[in-house]
Design a protein around this ligand. Structure first.
Ligand code: NAD
Length: 498
């Protein structure tokens, strides 16, 4: 863990000269007509860089490069042990440049530097290392046919894979897609979010240094409706892996149907329920988990436990504790290693969050703590950790994804009511429950419509287990060996033995 203090991080931040061109076919290049967009530091509202805004022609050049590399076999036909060697080297380079990459994440999207160092970067490196280690241990299959035939089922890379990712964990979200896609032998195009393009460009440089061949990994910064759309509509992209909002996920389904039926994998939004029964074995631990579950990363977490359901008998006592933890998480300068809550990613998102706080108040929710913009004099975009007691489910702050530090809490009395409230959502990403009864834990877990369920914990996870949702939270899973299936085709070869 870095021991650098606030002053040191500020000095390093002032010295940052970020890469700002697109990375296409092994080279950093300007976008067509030198078009750019500004990326802003949300901690102070100042511009960090003008970054290449890739146009459809740039996307086309990158897809052609990726296809050429794929067809050449330089990566796709490479021995799995060689792909492993290169990806392990990339993981090691990410470790080596952890401070620099963490700083780029913090400057670009406002998360606390201590979180970027302790979580984002180690998880990103681990993801590359894990898929590198997995890929030379995968066996193909022989089907149980009769003696007259031999049928093999072999995995093949799909071809050209595009990854379109959000800004909340820029490198980590990207790695969940790039690492298995590259390990499986595909050529990859990464489009980072326009709010957070800087770390992806440095990753491109490190990938080249690690030995990823020219054209196999390309990074295309740009605006969603231009660069993202061009990738979605491209006739020669075979697969598009997306993480972001449900609204944009739906667009990618449409792009696919309007173009070449590329397969689409969607990790979309969430409004995850966190249920606390009155037999909760440790109220303090649960209260802390409830606060961290919504306020960490400024609430900009797809699996944020943004709906809290607490059983009647313990409601007031429990909510007091959650509020206490919340008040301990005041927004601070993201470069200060003591900060636990940083800046909201941009002004638009901050205004959106503040708008939801307004709507909570006007719809009759009771403000328990927070509710205000913070640190306004910095020029940055900060919002206090905010908790509402909600009288009913039919409120916007209970039903809509806010993607900010706003918790909507409600009471319930019975198990059935808790499950009904929890499942009453178009989303189905995460869900948490706290109980001392093993039977109840299993019972509720089975009834919750969510891709991930936590019992007596929240947010816990590992690269070994699948991550993803049901309903309008999307389909397909990141992480675990299952993710490799998303980036592989299965070929059947039937050999007549007679
Ligand atoms: P977003 O949908 O606005 O953007 C995500 C990506 O899509 C960005 O790269 C963006 O440039 C691109 N994009 C935007 N509009 C586009 C368009 N019209 N055509 C093509 N591409 C377009 O989402 P966001 O604001 O960056 O991220 C927040 C959302 O991401 C939240 O809804 C959150 O829940 C979700 N998210 C989900 C997961 C998960 O694993 N399920 C993880 C992190 C974030």
């Amino acid at each position: 863990m870095s021991t650098a203090d606030f002053d040191t991080w500020q000095t390093r931040a002032n010295a940052v000269r970020p890469l700002h061109q697109a990375f296409i076919d092994g080279r950093f290049v300007d976008a067509e007509d030198c078009q750019t967009f500004a990326t802003i530091n949300p901690a102070n509202g100042r511009k960090l860089a003008d970054v290449a805004a890739c146009q459809p022609a740039d996307v086309d050049r990158a897809v052609q490069a990726a296809r050429r590399a794929f067809e050449s076999g330089v990566w796709s036909q490479q021995h799995p042990r060689e792909r492993k060697r290169v990806l392990l080297r990339l993981a090691a380079l990410i470790e080596l440049h952890r401070d620099e990459l963490a700083l780029l994440e913090t400057l670009d999207m406002g998360k606390p530097i201590s979180d970027a160092l302790a979580y984002d970067l180690p998880e990103t490196a681990k993801c590359f290392a894990w898929y590198a280690e997995a890929i030379d241990k995968q066996y193909d299959e022989i089907a149980p046919t009769g003696p007259e035939a031999l049928a093999t089922i072999t995995r093949e890379p799909i071809g050209v894979v595009a990854a379109v990712v959000p800004w909340n964990y820029p490198l980590m979200m990207a790695s969940w897609k790039i690492a298995p896609a590259l390990a499986a032998g595909n050529s990859v195009l990464l489009k980072p979010a326009e709010q957070s393009p800087l770390s992806a460009l440095r990753l491109a440089e490190l990938a080249a240094e690690a030995g990823v061949p020219q054209g196999v990994f390309n990074v295309l910064p740009g605006l969603g409706p231009v660069t993202g759309q061009a990738l979605g509509l491209h006739m020669d992209v075979d697969c598009l892996a997306f993480t972001g909002s449900t609204a944009t996920g739906k667009r990618f389904m449409a792009y696919s149907s309007q173009s070449n039926l590329k397969r689409v994998w969607l990790e979309c939004g969430g409004k995850s329920p966190h249920i606390v029964f009155d037999d909760c074995p440790d109220l303090d631990k649960a209260a802390q988990a409830a606060a961290v579950g919504i306020f960490s990363n400024q609430g900009e977490v797809c699996i944020a436990g943004s709906r809290l359901y607490v059983q009647n008998g313990i409601y007031d006592r429990f909510m007091d504790k959650v509020a206490q933890y919340a008040q301990g998480m005041r927004p601070g300068d993201p470069l200060d290693p003591a900060t636990t809550m940083g800046a909201i990613v941009d002004e638009t998102q901050m205004r959106r969050v503040l708008g939801y706080i307004e709507s909570g108040l006007s719809e009759g929710a009771q403000l328990r703590t927070g509710g205000q913009r913070a640190r306004t004099a910095t020029g940055g975009y900060y919002v206090e950790p905010t908790i509402f007691d909600c009288p009913r489910q039919a409120m916007r702050i209970v039903n809509e994804e806010i993607f900010g530090p706003v918790l909507a809490a409600q009471r319930f009395s019975t198990e059935d009511e808790a499950v009904a409230l929890a499942n009453d959502s178009p989303y189905g990403l995460g869900a948490g429950l706290w109980t001392a009864q093993l039977g109840r834990a299993h019972r509720i877990s089975r009834r919750l419509r969510a891709g991930l369920v936590w019992v007596n914990c929240y947010f816990d996870g590992d690269i070994t287990v699948p991550f993803g949702g049901v309903k309008q939270s999307g389909f397909g899973r990141d992480k675990s060996l299952h993710a490799l299936d998303k980036y592989s085709d299965f070929k059947t070869t039937w050999i007549n033995l007679l």
